[in-house]
Structures are given as C-alpha cells and as structure tokens.
Design a binder for this molecule. Sequence first.
Ligand code: U2F
Length: 573
Amino acid sequence: RQAAFRTDLSVLLDQVGTGKESLSFMKRRIRRLAQQWATAANHLDAKLEQRWRDQKKILVHVGFLTEESGDVFSPKVLKGGPLGEMVQWADILTALHVLGHNLKISMSVKELQGFLGVPPGRGSCPLTGPLPFDLIYTDYHGLQQMKQHMGLSLKKHKCHIRVIDTFGTEPAYNHEEYATLHGYRTNWGYWNLNVRQYMTMFPHTPDNSFMGFVSEELNETEKRSIQQNKVNSMAVVYGKEASMWKVQGKEGFLQILHRYMEVHGTVYYETQRPPEVPAFVKNHGLLPQNELQQLLRKAKLFIGFGFPYEGPAPLEAIANGCIFLQPKFHPPHSSLNHEFFRGKPTSREVSSQHPYAEQYIGRPHVMTVDYNNSLEFDSAIREIMRTKVEPYLPYEYTCEGMLERVHSYIQHQDFCAPESPFIPANLSRQGSSSGSRITGPLFVPLPNSTALGWASNVTAPPAWPPLSSLRLLVSQEGQSCVEACHSASFICEPAHFRFINNKDALHGLEVQCEVVDSEINHILPAFSVVRRECGLQREPLLFSCAGHSPKYRRLCPCRDFRHGQVALCRDCL
Ligand code: U2F
C-alpha cells in the first residue's frame, strides 16, 4: 500500500495513552507542534512529487518507559529529570504517523507480547509465525525485553529492528565476539546488529544513523518581533536540576556573568531555593516547554555549565535567537575518563558540553570557551552582548528535515537483504599522483557503476546511499575515517565500505602491498606504509568510521552531504 501524509494527529494522541507524567509531557509536545508538523508534511509532499512510498507496518516499543525496565524517568518529568529522550520519542512517533505508516505503540511488555503475537507470561517463548511488522523501533531496554520474550526468533527478525540510542554505539562495541576479546564489552552493547540500525539523537558518528528530533520553528514575523524584544543583558542558565549547578569554579565565572547580565534559571525546587543556586539568580522553577520558549525569546544568552551533555535545549535556545555559551573540555570527556559515559558502547570524544552546537553551528550562535580562563570568559560575555544574531535552526532539526530523513531511511535502508560485496573490476584513480607513494588525501571519484566497469554478470543491489556519492580517501596514520572525510568536507559513509574493501581499491590508490591479508579488525581496510602490509576486512559488522590506529592509514569511504541535512547525500532523496 501507498503511504499518504497525515496532518491530523488525533489518532496518534489517542494511541499514546494516559496515566503517566511522561505520556502527558509527550502529548503536550505533540499538540503544541501539530501545526508545524502539518505545514512540513505539505511541503515534503509537494517536494516528493507523487513519488511512491510504501506504507510500512511499524511497531514502536518504548522500552525505557515500561514498568518492567523500572521506568525511572516518568516520576522525574516534573522534577527536573531528563526530558531529552521523551522529546525525541514524541517526535519519532509524530514523524512516523505524519508519514502515513501503520503504527502500533507499546509501552509495556504485555502490549509488546500482544502485538508480536507471542503468548503472555514469563520466559522466552519464540515467535513462531512471520513477524507481523516491517519495522520495530525500540531502545536498548526494549531490545533486552524482546530477547527475553521472543527468544531465538529475535535473531531471525533482528534486521527489522531500529534501536534509538541517544549517545551512539561504535562497531567495535557492537560485535559480540570482538568486543569480548578486545575489551569493548559494556552494559549495553554487543547485539551484532548492523551499526546503522542504531539511531542517535545528534549526528554523533556516521557509523550510526542520525534520527534526531525537532525544535520550534519561527516565521518571519516572529523572528522580527524576537529581535526587537531581546534583552541584551539577560542570561538563562542551562540546568533544570540543582545538581547541574554543582560545578567547580562556578562562583568565579558566575560572578563575571552577573557583573554584566541579569541571570535567570529554570531549576526545579520543592519548597525553597536549592542551595546550589546563588541568591542573585532569578529562578523561575522548572517551566513547561512553551514557557521556557518564551523566556528564551527574551534572553540574549543561554549558558551551559558542562552538564547535561548533548541535550535538545541549546538548539531551542539558538532557534529562539539566543547565543549558546558552553565550556570546552580539555581533555575531551569520554567513556574512558568520565563517569557519565563509562559503560556506554562508544569511545567517542566529547569536546564540549554540546559538540553538535560547537561543530555544526558554531559562531556567532555558539561560543565554546575555557571557563577556567576568566579573561576569555569575560571577553566572551562582552562579545555576546554586542553581537546581533538571528534565530537559527539547522534544517535537519526542522519538522520537514526530520520527515525527509525518516522517510528516506524507511524507504531505502534495508538490513534484511543480503548485501553482496561485489568487487569492482577496475577501480582506477583519477587525477595526478606523485609517483607511487601516497602523500596526502587522495580521492577516487566514482561517478557511477558503469564507469567502474562492474562485471556485467553481477546484478548489483541498489546501493543506498547511491554509489554516485562515494569518494575514496586515505586517512593519515592515527586518523579515523570520521576525521579524514571531515577534513575534506565530506562525511564517512559506512554503507560504502563494502565497495572499497578490495585489492582493486588498494591497487587504484597505488598502495605498495607486500602482503594483503584479510582479517577481523575494526580499523580495516587499511595499510601500513612502513611495513608495506595491507589488510582487508573480513567481518562486515566491523566496518567502522570511528576506528583509528597510529600505525595504519585507513581506506575511507566518504560521501557528499546536503547542506543542513548531513544524513543524506545529494542524490539520496
Ligand atoms: C539531555 O537530557 P535533558 O533532558 O537534561 O536535556 P535538556 O537539554 O535539558 O532538555 C530537554 C527538554 O527539557 C525542556 C526543554 C528540552 O526540550 O524544552 N525543558 C523544559 O521543558 N522546562 C525547563 O524548565 C527546562 C527544559 C539529553 F537529551 C539526554 O539524552 C541525556 O541523557 C541527558 C544527560 O546528558 O541530557
């Protein structure tokens, strides 16, 4: 069946259910953004020009909100607890509904069993018939519950699963045997999924798919009125829970801030001001989302103290015309050195409180400074007060951007079909080279499959992203493919590894190999210049954009991307 866009959200609102503060929060959000979603649906509908879209049967099982997982989030909704995940789930549900899919929503193990058609009760009772869904969106908690209640059949059906994973999962942590042998085992990882089945809140690592969420959008009139009503000397502190204000050195930088600006907070409290919040701060208490937006519209500065990491609020602040000021982390925080990230299935280095804001948005909307350097901090505040900024929201965080991305994933990502690692017949490098030694980044532009001379008897599965987006590049020693592609203004595309994991690619790059081994190691394909050793990847699950090693230069499959929509290449839609 063909999917038709929906602009009426009443059926979805009924499906979300009642009885928990988390559900009420999500429903308030869905209602508040309904008009924005409807407009976006109409735009995307026109943009896709009657293109056929399959209607999929989709189950959404929100594991972290089930009683069976302990549901620690719901009771904290009105008390300053994390809301980012609920923001994202509300938006995922809305996007799937608006795109016109056939949606079922489960928030308990009982409902999950009912929808899957497995007998209720404890223990692992495998699903015997076919899976009644094309796609299942869940999280790590939900995955565990499915393992318990679907038993062996989970393995059979796992290509249909998508895991909403806030901070991301790197390939080395996902592969059970590899993780166990090489010290990458964590509380969450090793599900042996294709890592693109993990979907993140920000485009943290291209190894995963970027799901995202949306932020409030403003029309031109609203933008103008915001700019007229900005109070240049008003700051709002990012931190809705008192513990987020327990920061070393806070007195110093808050004093500087207070010298120039009136400081507001939205910290949850029960009866009296939390001792962590200085007396000069005008604390509004935790606000409903719409009231927070109003406060942000007046404020000039939204200031982070270092925690929470990578939440939605800075995007909302920037969308409402604030400048976001945040601390730089020296050294970067990661699962190797910081309690919060310990045990998370990634060793990604978090360079500031909000690396997306730092790297994808940047000045003038975002300033990332060393808070221990009072001169730097002082001059940042003064600069912010005199800088005029327009409200800004990257396209990928608009409703249309999210719909476009989720639509593309649903129509094109297929982890069930066997991906044949067909081998290019002649992968020749274009452009000049200095002899046979590789000195800098090299590209092999691959315009289309004919130019590559694919063996004509091979039926190529339609690659997505399409092959036209592939650019082969060689990293420096110690550099990951994330960095190598980034430094050439591209993005690493894990789906393309299978096209460059072969001798022809090495040959095309004129790499001198005395031996070419095929091994199981997440930095392959790669080569050692000194030892003239080349290695190809034997385990496709370990294709990794994130991997790096001081001794090896990596072969990196980069691709182009759309401005403001990094998940999609130019020809991806
Ligand atoms: C992040 O979770 P948080 O919930 O701490 O993220 P925030 O950026 O604070 O914002 C979540 C939402 O809370 C709303 C605000 C945001 O959409 O509009 N809000 C509000 O309604 N009223 C207020 O007074 C203040 C904020 C992240 F999202 C999670 O994934 C992480 O687990 C967590 C820890 O790093 O940080």
